[in-house]
Design a protein around this ligand. Structure first.
Ligand SMILES: O=c1ccn([C@@H]2O[C@H](COP(=O)(O)OP(=O)(O)O[C@H]3OC[C@@H](O)[C@H](O)[C@H]3O)[C@@H](O)[C@H]2O)c(=O)[nH]1
Length: 458
């Protein structure tokens, strides 16, 4: 050990002694600034220059491209989000970070296009259904992007097939009772079968409550405006006539219709809670009886029943004594009203319906006469149209008969909207009378009934 220590100290001595002794050379001179030739020599040795040049090139490329990269950012995030839509159908929902990838507040999808009105991305739940598909046509027609969500319980792909090749249209098979994440500006929430025949067969309280809750949650999350399609059925069997929005209704909470009536009332409550409590922009429409092309042939509601029965040469089924009243609006009027409400500043609720009031017997008479006229397929000059209907009304189509059947439970005795609020605040009122609208529906129904495949498919 002593020997080792000796060796080491002698080695240290060897190192220090020559340094102190060699005064002409000092290692400090290495740190003095180099001369130019020496620097150049250093630069060219071991490909140092090449590495420096590559570094400069990468740096300048990044700074040159940076503005265009940031411009692409928004569009890139939008396409990411659009792709996330399809994940939502089949796989687990995309993570929150995917949605918020382009900015705060979950509004990354709001990419302005052009100088004119900003193109909106709109989701329509129940968009493959009767009303929904007409609404989708309207929104696509004005240049917006539309995502339809439908579980096809009563909706049909045929209603949207003409849009399948449109790049601004997407269709997702999904039941709104399950959550879904989408980046949208507006939500039209229509999903729920509206025919008493359907909702009595399969009660939809869950659809109305869970579906509305899920879509309100989505609206809150992405900052979208939310329109609820409620119903005139919230008035139940009304004790006030016509019905104003201020009327609270007369609803049986435990009846066969309650799943729909109370379901929509709950949906309205949820919408208002989200509006007041979470600041969601909400719109509420109370829709009265609506008819038009694309209704299911065997929908079970009165207008579609009468028209289909007349075309099939079956008797029209009148429930009860046929003296109960309804007000029927043509589907395009409703679509105009829904869009007006969505674009307006008022929350509602708003009655959307045609105040023209008919008993079921009057409707049967009209359906028969309309079919008779349109069956003749003779062009009728506009000026004589009203007159023709009046004349044919008095002449019962010999092939159209009426069959009375027992009425269903809790059937409202009368219904007629007071639409003064919608007229005043939305500047909306229906334009198409039953006499004008019925023939349009008859030609659609006749085409589909004559097409055997489609008739069976429904
Ligand atoms: O074949 C039929 C079908 C129905 N009816 C009667 O026609 C009247 C209207 O019945 P519908 O089934 O068309 O529609 P309802 O008015 O009962 O319910 C509708 O209300 C408004 C909407 O929100 C919904 O679409 C739906 O719930 C009822 O009095 C019904 O008993 C018939 O007389 N014959």
């Amino acid at each position: 050990m002593k020997q080792l220590h000796k060796q080491m100290s002698s080695k240290r001595d060897e190192e220090t002694i020559p340094m102190s002794q060699s005064s002409p050379y000092s290692p400090k001179t290495l740190k003095h600034p180099r001369s130019l030739p020496r620097s150049l020599h250093y630069l060219f040795r071991e490909q140092r220059l090449l590495f420096i040049l590559v570094g400069i090139l990468i740096g300048s490329t990044f700074f040159i491209l940076q503005p265009s990269l940031s411009r692409l950012g928004a569009a890139e995030s939008t396409s990411l989000i659009t792709r996330s839509v399809s994940y939502a159908v089949t796989d687990s929902p995309p993570s929150r970070s995917t949605f918020n990838s382009g900015g705060g507040g979950g509004r990354t999808g709001r990419v302005p296009v052009g100088i004119g009105r900003k193109r909106l991305r709109i989701v329509v739940t129940g968009g493959a259904g009767f009303v929904g598909s007409h609404l989708v046509d309207k929104l696509i027609g004005r240049g917006d992007e539309v995502i339809v969500i439908d579980n096809f319980f009563t909706g049909r792909k045929e209603n949207l097939v003409h849009l399948f090749s449109n790049p601004r249209f997407e269709l997702i098979r999904h039941d709104v009772v399950e959550p879904i994440l989408l980046e949208v500006d507006q939500i039209y929430h229509l999903a729920c079968p509206a025919s008493p025949v359907h909702y009595k067969y399969n009660p939809f309280y869950k659809t109305n409550v869970m579906g509305t809750l899920n879509m309100l949650g989505l609206a809150k999350r992405v900052g979208a405006r939310f329109l609820l399609t409620s119903t005139s059925e919230v008035y139940g069997d009304p004790l006030e006539h016509p019905q104003k929005e201020t009327y609270w209704g007369n609803v049986n909470p435990i009846g066969e219709r309650s799943c729909y009536d109370e379901g929509k009332r709950t949906a309205e409550t949820l919408a208002m809670d989200y509006h007041r409590g979470a600041g969601v922009e909400v719109r509420i429409a109370r829709i009265f009886n609506t008819y038009g092309p694309r209704m299911c042939l065997d929908d079970g509601r009165v207008v579609s029943n009468f028209v289909a029965q007349t075309i099939r040469k079956h008797p029209m089924t009148v429930y009860g004594d046929g003296k109960q009243t309804r007000s029927f609006q043509y589907v395009s009027d409703l679509v105009e009203g829904l869009v007006a409400l969505m674009e307006n500043d008022h929350v509602g609720p708003f009655n959307l319906g045609n105040p023209g009031e008919f008993t079921m017997l009057e409707l049967a008479e009209k359906s028969a006469s309309t079919f008779k006229m349109s069956h003749k397929e003779t062009p009728i000059p506009c000026m004589k149209w009203e007159l023709c209907v009046q004349v044919v009304k008095e002449v019962i189509d010999p092939s159209a008969t009426i069959e009375f059947k027992p009425n269903t439970a809790d059937d409202p005795h009368k219904r007629k909207p007071d639409i003064s609020k919608a007229k005043e605040q939305l500047n909306w009122e229906p334009k198409i009378s039953l006499r004008e609208g019925l023939p349009r529906m008859v030609s659609d129904f006749r085409n589909r009934i004559l097409n055997e495949d489609e008739g069976k498919g429904l």
